[in-house]
Design a binder for this molecule. Structure first.
Ligand SMILES: [Zn+2]
Length: 112
């Protein structure tokens, strides 16, 4: 095991402590790498969670329409393009027939 870890150390058999130091040194490097990877993963997940909700509501738009719809609306017979609500709400209005969800303050305005 030690020979494979430190093939360049010819006298490892006569100096077990040197072998041990090299082994522990490489183990320490490995621990650091794992720690950095774990930290990077946590940082990435935090950024992703802050950037957008985990479960974005999906609504549907059509090729030619100016409204967005929920799944099953009759206006989706011609075309049906899935889109996150946050994106659809910026470019389309809510369909008056299927009443899709709307974003935040707009709900009070549109809920007549
Ligand atoms: Zn609709």
């Amino acid at each position: 095991m030690c020979r494979s870890l430190a093939p360049e150390l010819e006298s490892w058999e006569s100096n077990p402590m040197a072998c041990r130091r090299i082994f522990e040194g490489r183990l320490a490097i490995l621990v650091v790498i794992v720690a950095v990877l774990a930290f990077a993963r946590v940082t990435h997940q935090t950024a992703a969670a802050a950037g957008s909700p985990a479960r974005e509501t999906i609504v549907y738009v059509t090729k030619t329409g100016t409204k967005y719809h929920v799944d099953g609306c009759q206006y989706l017979r011609q075309s049906k393009i899935p889109m996150p609500l946050s994106q659809a709400a910026r470019m389309y209005g809510p369909c008056s027939r299927c009443r899709p969800p709307v974003l935040g303050p707009l709900f009070a305005v549109n809920a007549d």
